[in-house]
Ligand binder design. Structure first.
Ligand SMILES: [Zn+2]
Length: 86
């Protein structure tokens, strides 16, 4: 557990119960759980956006493959198109 200063956080009771059971299922403390959740939100926010080479839809780079399979199952992207490097 990281050393340092502490503060309390006020949340509604139903959210507290959900966080507590999520922490228990992961074997994490509440502090560790919140760090994991904040880390995943930050990672999602920093993820690159891209455009579908077939329809131009704007989407997260990690969603592109699934978008191509679901929305354009029979079409191939142009030969000149390169998938995002991330
Ligand atoms: Zn598309």
């Amino acid at each position: 557990m990281p050393r340092g200063r502490w503060a309390s956080l006020t949340v509604r009771l139903d959210l507290y119960e959900r966080l507590r059971s999520l922490a228990a299922s992961r074997g994490a403390t509440m502090d560790e759980l919140l760090r994991q959740l904040v880390g995943s939100v930050e990672a999602e926010r920093s993820e690159a956006w891209t455009r579908c080479p077939l329809c131009g839809a704007r989407l997260k780079a990690s969603r592109l493959e699934r978008h191509l399979e679901r929305v354009h199952p029979r079409r191939q992207p142009p030969a000149s198109w390169q998938p995002p490097s991330s």
